[in-house]
Every structure is written in structure tokens, then in C-alpha cells.
Design a protein around this ligand. Structure first.
Ligand code: ATR
Length: 277
């Protein structure tokens, strides 16, 4: 008698020990009663192509891709969603039954869903967004903000040319602001996002002056360790609506889990608790 294969998924990066994704997917597999496994894998760059060819033969239905392989994974895929092409990076791979690798990027989706869930009154169309940073995370966030109708994005990055590169790619709705002037763009913004790693445990603090934050502005940070960054603490004091970055991590995983395991998981307080353990 043949037995149904136990579906396997995982996350590939290097290093990978810090990843919260195994706890997250493990929580969903357990609570939904799905007999699958989700495994962290530290893979060398030279091995990535071979590993991606081998995993489907071992019963893997797909993998998440994290730093530093998001761009390389996109190149190695056979099929790519429009949003992954736009962002220029993949965070989710689906191993199709026909042997093809399908790449997607759900980071921007996760970013927006986190705000929709935790700040339901947020109206992105009602005014400009101020974005701090112009790295990989900023690309996904800018694409998703434009997609939900933000009229203008004020973008500031320590290395100005990276912000200018995003401006020439995403068009006129992006205005570049000097890093030393970054505090000035907060006053006009309806939405403020930190996409840099500043403020993360072990990284330097975000030193941008925050006295321009206004009551009612939606302020969010992609940093989730600590959950309350200086940006969010100051924003709360100024009467802003604040949303921490953990929900982005949780929501970006929903479409991948659904594609791999056939059930759409929910993001709630138990999901947060599972990854904070
Ligand atoms: P990710 O893919 O996580 O966005 P990244 O592409 O390395 O990573 O981008 C990190 C972001 O944090 C960038 O905007 C980076 O600014 P630079 O483009 O000038 O490097 C920003 N960042 C990191 N360390 C910083 C620091 N000490 N001061 C200011 N910005 C910093």
C-alpha cells in the first residue's frame, strides 16, 4: 500500500539560525493538524542551484528564501510572478509538479496586510508616505505602497544614490530627500515607514529627528526585535497610530503556507506568541 508523502518546506539563507520562520510555520502545521515539516537550511551560494534541484525529489513542496539569496533565487526560477519581477527578488519558491520552480515575493503583501489588520482606519491614498531606507526591504515596500495608491513617496537614505535608483525605476511619485533632512519629511506624511535595519538589536539606533511626527500619522517599522523601537515609542508619544514589524513577517508567510500545504492560516495573537517564544 502506498503512503501519502509528508510535505516538506523550509527556509534557505546564510546564516539561518536567527530565522523565526521555522517557529511560525511549525506553529501553523501543529495547530492546523497538518503532517508536514518546515526546516531551516544554511546553504552556500555555490550550492544553491543544486539544492533547489534536489529538494523537490526529497518531498519538498517549496521553500522560503532569505538574505542573501533573494535575488539569486529569482534568477534560478523558471516562472516568476509580476510582483517578484517588480521587486527584483524572491522570498517564496513553489516546486511545481511539472518540475518547474515558481518564484513569488510576498514581502510587500505582508507589509500591507500587517497595516490593514492593525490599523484598519489607515487610508494610504490620503497623503504622502515617508520611507526611511532604500535597500531590499524598501523595494518591496515602495512597490506595495504605490500599488495601494499612495500619491507620493518621500524617500531618504544614507546613500542617496540608492534612493535615486529606486526613483528612476519606480517613477515620478518618488521624491528623494537628503539623509540629513530626513526628519523634515515626517511632518507632511500620512504614513511613515522605517525600512532600514537601524534600531534592531545589535545595530545602531535610528537617529533621525522625530519631532516632526504628527498626531494620527500611521508609523511602522520593519524592525521587530525589539518590538518597540525608538521610532515607535516616539510615535506613540506624538499620538501617532503605530504598528510594529512582527506582523509583516507573519503575513508574508500566509500565501506561501497556503500554496504549499493547501490551507490558509490565520494571523492572530497566538501566532505572535509562537514566534516570540
Ligand atoms: P535590506 O535588504 O534588509 O533592506 P540592505 O539592502 O542592506 O538590506 O539595506 C539596509 C538599509 O538600511 C539601507 O537603506 C541602508 O542604507 P545604505 O543604503 O546607506 O547602506 C540602511 N542602513 C544600514 N545601516 C545604516 C546606518 N548605519 N546608517 C544609515 N542607514 C543604514
Amino acid at each position: 500500500m502506498s503512503q501519502a508523502k509528508i510535505p516538506l518546506a523550509g527556509v534557505i539563507g546564510s546564516p539561518i539560525a536567527h530565522s523565526k520562520s521555522p517557529q511560525l510555520h511549525g506553529h501553523w502545521l501543529k495547530t492546523l493538524g497538518i503532517p508536514g515539516y518546515y526546516i531551516p537550511m544554511d546553504v552556500a551560494a555555490d550550492d544553491l542551484e543544486n539544492v533547489l534541484k534536489t529538494l523537490p525529489k526529497m518531498g519538498f513542496v517549496g521553500v522560503n528564501i532569505t538574505v542573501p539569496y533573494k535575488e539569486l533565487a529569482l534568477e534560478l526560477a523558471d516562472l516568476v510572478t509580476d510582483r517578484a519581477t517588480l521587486i527584483g527578488a524572491a522570498n517564496t519558491l513553489i516546486f511545481r509538479k511539472d518540475g518547474k520552480i515558481h518564484a513569488d515575493n510576498t514581502d510587500g503583501y505582508g507589509f500591507i496586510q500587517n497595516l490593514r489588520q492593525n490599523a484598519p482606519d489607515w487610508d494610504p491614498k490620503s497623503g504622502p508616505a515617508a520611507v526611511l531606507g532604500a535597500g531590499g526591504a524598501a523595494r518591496a515596500i515602495v512597490a506595495s505602497l504605490l500599488d495601494v495608491g499612495v500619491p507620493e513617496i518621500l524617500m531618504s537614505n544614507r546613500t542617496r544614490v540608492r534612493a535615486e535608483a529606486l526613483q528612476s525605476e519606480f517613477g515620478k511619485r518618488i521624491q528623494v530627500v537628503d539623509w540629513v533632512q530626513a526628519g523634515n519629511m515626517l511632518e507632511e506624511a500620512v504614513t511613515v515607514v522605517n525600512t532600514t535595519s537601524l534600531g534592531m538589536l545589535g545595530k545602531p539606533p535610528l537617529r533621525v529627528p522625530l519631532d516632526g511626527l504628527r498626531k494620527g500619522t500611521l508609523v511602522t517599522d520593519i524592525v521587530y526585535a525589539p518590538l518597540k523601537t525608538r521610532l515607535l515609542i516616539e510615535a506613540e508619544k506624538a499620538g501617532c497610530v503605530t504598528v510594529d514589524g512582527l506582523g509583516m513577517l507573519l503575513h508574508q508567510a500566509v500565501p506561501a503556507f497556503e500554496r504549499w500545504f493547501g490551507v490558509r492560516p490565520t494571523v492572530d495573537s497566538a501566532t505572535r506568541a509562537a514566534v516570540l517564544r
